[in-house]
Design a protein around this ligand. Structure first.
Ligand code: HEC
Ligand code: HEC
Ligand code: HEC
Ligand code: HEC
Ligand code: HEC
Length: 172
């Protein structure tokens, strides 16, 4: 009896998925929109990436090594800003966090729902450029999300590149 109830509990989400699919529900594909989030410092991506030709992975160095792409530490900023633009008010804020030994409390910009598994390293190491999924980041101030990561967006590319579209590869 107990066992049966467990099976039913397991089957329900699977059935829900199946019904959604066979009812022909179309999942959102690539939709453009723009979202910005207030940040403690007006960090300009454009100045660093386009102006000074810095590679995205200089700052987001775990993008090819782990599930998540990290944000740079204050220490990394100070490699340059100990001596560069030290008179600029926004750079003074960086130095203040450094002095107080506090991390900069950046707000998160991009997120997929918790039931989705998105391993950065797999796609970065397959040679997909950062700007394919984060368009405009070479021209941005603080980060903006311009693509909505609907399931259709993932599926379109996976189909095109003959990568898995197995539900359980992307869903926990
Ligand atoms: C490799 C060197 C380097 C690193 C690392 C670096 N920057 Fe910069 N940053 C620069 C240069 C060069 C400029 C342009 C300065 C200028 O125009 O006078 C700049 C400009 C800025 C400005 C704009 C200043 C203004 O108001 O004009 C801010 C803010 C800034 N950086 C913050 C950061 C933060 C935060 C980090 C760490 C996440 C960081 N930088 C890491 C080199 C660097
Ligand atoms: C195939 C699409 C894709 C590519 C390629 C890609 N990203 Fe992402 N990125 C995403 C998605 C989706 C998220 C949200 C992930 C999440 O919420 O777990 C994200 C989130 C991020 C974040 C926030 C931290 C995190 O991991 O959630 C940073 C920073 C980032 N990406 C930087 C990069 C950089 C730098 C590159 C290139 C080296 C890159 N991304 C390549 C899709 C991509
Ligand atoms: C000098 C360091 C530096 C470089 C170079 C850099 N970034 Fe960033 N990036 C940051 C910082 C600091 C933040 C956090 C503030 C913000 O949201 O803009 C950030 C935030 C992001 C986010 C949003 C993370 C989140 O919270 O969801 C993405 C996506 C991103 N960067 C992508 C890129 C891409 C793509 C490139 C190359 C075109 C790049 N970055 C180059 C420092 C850098
Ligand atoms: C522009 C193309 C592209 C987009 C967009 C894309 N992917 Fe991928 N993805 C790939 C490629 C190519 C691989 C294969 C890497 C490999 O073979 O190791 C991959 C691999 C994966 C894997 C590993 C699969 C395995 O067999 O282990 C997962 C999980 C994944 N992607 C999830 C996502 C999710 C979730 C999204 C949407 C938020 C997404 N992908 C968007 C191209 C893409
Ligand atoms: C390549 C990655 C990927 C694969 C494969 C995938 N999904 Fe998804 N799925 C996603 C992403 C990303 C979202 C989050 C969409 C959003 O935020 O709107 C999602 C959302 C969903 C949702 C929630 C609907 C919604 O609008 O939030 C359901 C249900 C779902 N997927 C079912 C499935 C089923 C069933 C399969 C197998 C046929 C499947 N997924 C395969 C990436 C994937």
């Amino acid at each position: 009896m107990e066992r049966r109830r467990n099976t039913a509990a397991l089957l329900f989400p699977i059935l829900a998925f199946a019904i959604l699919l066979f009812a022909g529900v179309s999942f959102p594909g690539t939709r453009a929109f723009a979202e910005t989030v207030p940040q403690p410092i007006a960090f300009p991506h454009k100045v660093h990436v386009t102006g000074y030709k810095m590679n995205c992975r200089f700052c987001h160095s775990s993008a090819n090594k782990s599930q998540y792409a990290n944000l740079p530490s204050v220490e990394k900023c100070m490699m340059c800003h100990r001596s560069i633009a030290t008179d600029k008010p926004e750079v003074k804020k960086v130095a203040q966090y450094w002095k107080e030994k506090k991390p900069i409390p950046w707000n998160k910009v991009i997120d997929v729902p918790n039931h989705v598994y998105f391993p950065h390293k797999k796609m970065v190491n397959a040679g997909i450029p950062c700007l394919t999924c984060h368009p405009g980041m070479d021209q941005a101030g603080t980060a903006e999300q311009k693509l909505e990561f609907g399931m259709g967006m993932c599926m379109d590319c996976h189909r095109k590149k003959k990568v898995t579209i197995d539900c359980w590869k992307c869903h926990y």
